[in-house]
Design a protein around this ligand. Sequence first.
Ligand SMILES: Nc1ncnc2c1ncn2[C@@H]1O[C@H](COP(=O)(O)OP(=O)(O)OP(=O)(O)O)[C@@H](O)[C@H]1O
Ligand SMILES: [Mg+2]
Length: 380
Amino acid sequence: MTRETIINGDDDSEDQPAQRPVVQPSEVDSDLVAEEPAAAVDDAAAVGVDEGNLRPGRMAEMIGQLEVKERLQIAIDAAKRRGEALGHILFDGPPGLGKTTFATVIPQEMNVPVEFLSGPVLKAPKDLIPCLTNLSAYQVLFIDEIHRIPKAVEEYLYTAMEDFRIDMVIGEGINARTHSFQLRPFTLIGATTRAGMLSGPLRDRFQIREHLGYYSDVELQQIIHRNASILKVKVDAPAAAEIAGRSRGTPRVANNRLRWIRDYAQSRANGHVSLEVARDAMRMVKIDHLGLDHQDRSYLEVLIRICGGGPTGIDTIAATMNVAPDTLTDDVEPFLLRSELILRTPRGRVATPKAFVHLNLPPVAPVETKSGATQRTLFD
Ligand SMILES: Nc1ncnc2c1ncn2[C@@H]1O[C@H](COP(=O)(O)OP(=O)(O)OP(=O)(O)O)[C@@H](O)[C@H]1O
Ligand SMILES: [Mg+2]
């Protein structure tokens, strides 16, 4: 393969497994092209080895997200009929709701290969460019945590996504030349838990944007029954309902609970998960009936018992719990907010009456001061 064919991507091997472009470091700016796509991560690692066997392999096996599935199915059918690459797709939503799962099943439905990349490892253009030039026609490129791509790398995606082309400056000073690399048509699937952190130009280049929301208890029960049969454990219907109710609307959490309960049942109850066994197993790991874990309750304890229900700054709560404030804002507070147990106010965090009830404490009634601010009396 000559350098010219590499640059233009017009060798006739589109249907063959693509070869890595052999580019001599002396030929081009070494910052721009690496021999191996260093950012490519192992497929199994990208999808999570542990989750692999519970991850649905086809769209039909996926439970819930009905509207998202229907829209994607239409786009997939149409792309297949036209014989074109599927439009670029962006998935956003909280962790564990199926972004990577969708990125795994879509290539299956399209019958094309997929390459997994992750935003944090795409540190420089040289980490991305070999992956792009190497994509075979209609292939899917999945970039997880796409909001963490640096700007310098992101800019290469703009033309790649829009025109299947990348423009590179090769050489320096008066010898600098811009070369256009023609790419084969491909589909970029991006996933992010922070859609707001994506730049406008990148976000607008995705033809399909899907937000994944939380699952209903009924959908989680179906997931638990499906996965119980894969894990070869018998779960009674009331037990599945109990596990679903404590799974925070999140399939990954339901899977983790189910795995622990299976271990518990095999060790203590001949492998049969009755309602009682499910409750005992979750009591042992301190998961309560709302799905709160030990750390969630410690947060509420600090806010209510020590800070009188707030308003309290996040740094105060974090220092008292001896954890980093980021851990609380990223991992603990989202579920407490969603469960209406706390409020985030400009003056700090406040426990809601529901939080007092949950901890079996009498709610504190806020008292209006003259200035309009709320204050608690000594005797509340
Ligand atoms: N619709 C679904 N039906 C059945 N199981 C699902 C579904 N969505 C997710 N799961 C299960 O939940 C697990 C976690 O999903 P996934 O890895 O796709 O989440 P994610 O959105 O990519 O999370 P993260 O933001 O942390 O990467 C999967 O391994 C799979 O077992
Ligand atoms: Mg994921």
